[in-house]
Design a protein around this ligand. Structure first.
Ligand SMILES: NC(=O)c1ccc[n+]([C@@H]2O[C@H](COP(=O)([O-])OP(=O)(O)OC[C@H]3O[C@@H](n4cnc5c(N)ncnc54)[C@H](OP(=O)(O)O)[C@@H]3O)[C@@H](O)[C@H]2O)c1
Length: 326
């Protein structure tokens, strides 16, 4: 069976590729000429070079794919247009190619984000039934892409996965937290009391595969998350234990983050690059909780999170050490 993976060279995409190969699938990886292919090196996959913003380039790539895993997306952009082009336009272009050239029974799996749903209110984990209320340009673009996928699912199989923050080998976002703790500091942003959902990459990849395999997933959205609601102190302590460190806890107040965001945004404008810290990020950090429930995926897909926070952080720390990242 041939499957197409977009975003195949990225953190989640490359881990999905490994799992699909181990399961015997024949793979076509959609990458760009400029993509870093480190994680795909020496793998028995076919590369197809295309930029998803260019609709004309996509027809041939989807014509023999029985499943399309669409992971390509933009989490950091300079402005709203950048988020929309990288998430919404890219998804619409791919859907149009699938509708025009893909086999009728092709399955389309879209990796959206918890950001499309927005923060959890009153500390209660969001379900797929809760009305979406994104608070970032990224979340708005992901939500619009979701709406296009749901529209498409009226004619053909399509399903949506919403991961919360993902951690594990190859990740470079939660990695920053590992780096500061390895240097002896546990930085708590704002009050440090914010509670979030997290998912280990292996649990997420299992959830993505289950969604592709279940007929009942058509036209539906699933949060795929690990168990638990964690504040940053708890996450930091799990990382510290995995690194055998006793870091000094430093609280960084929100006003300091706002000043840092001001300079980061100004600097990024000068450099014409996306800011590392922007106003959306600060707004996200201000929310008391970002919790979501995978109860629906557990009920309808048989999904079951396997990796505890302790185990996941230990495995991830080992990987960073083995790679010389720490
Ligand atoms: N990591 C998380 O915590 C998290 C949480 C929730 C949802 N997600 C979603 O999961 C998906 C994968 O995330 P990730 O963490 O694996 O991100 P990543 O490592 O940054 O990978 C993103 C991938 O998308 C590709 N891409 C971006 N724009 C493209 C375009 N116009 N045409 C073709 N390819 C394009 C990138 O290619 P290049 O290498 O060429 O740039 C890269 O392969 C994204 O859609 C993201 O929104 C991630």
């Amino acid at each position: 069976m041939t499957v197409l993976v977009t975003g195949a060279n990225g953190f989640i995409g490359s881990t999905l590729v490994d799992k699909l190969l181990a399961s015997g699938y024949s793979l076509r990886c959609l990458v760009r000429k400029t993509s870093d292919l480190t994680w795909l090196q020496d793998l028995p996959v076919t590369y197809s070079y295309a930029d998803l913003r260019d609709a004309r380039a996509l027809g041939d790539l989807v014509s023999d794919a029985e499943i399309v895993f669409h992971l390509a997306g933009v989490t950091k952009a300079r402005d709203q247009a950048g988020y929309l082009q990288g998430n919404y336009d890219a998804t619409v272009n791919l859907l149009s190619a699938c509708a025009a050239h893909g086999p009728k029974n092709q399955r389309f799996v879209y990796i959206s984000s918890q950001a499309a749903a927005g923060p959890s209110l009153d500390g209660i984990a969001l379900t797929e039934q809760d009305p979406p209320h994104p608070i970032s340009l990224y979340g708005e673009a992901k939500l619009r892409a979701e709406q296009a996928v749901l529209e498409y699912s009226r004619d053909r199989f399509a399903t949506i996965i919403r991961p919360p923050s993902v951690y594990g080998p190859r990740d470079r976002d939660v990695y920053v937290f590992f780096q500061t703790i390895a240097k002896g500091f546990l930085l708590l942003l704002g009050s440090g009391a914010q509670k979030i959902s997290l998912v280990h990459i292996d649990d997420l990849v299992n959830g993505i595969l289950l969604a592709a395999q279940h007929d009942a997933a058509n036209g539906k959205i699933f949060f795929i998350t690990s168990e638990g609601a964690y504040d940053w102190q708890t996450i930091g302590q799990a990382i510290a234990a995995a690194l055998h460190k006793q870091p000094l806890t430093i609280k960084v107040p929100l006003w300091m983050l706002q000043i840092a965001a001001f300079f980061s945004v100004a600097f990024s404008r000068l450099q014409s690059k996306p800011a590392l810290l922007n106003w959306d990020k600060v707004r996200e950090m201000k929310q008391p909780s970002w919790l979501c429930s995978s109860a629906l995926a557990q009920k309808e897909l048989g999904y079951s999170p396997m990796i505890s926070l302790t185990e996941g952080m230990e495995q991830t720390a080992r990987w960073y050490r083995d790679q010389g990242w720490l």
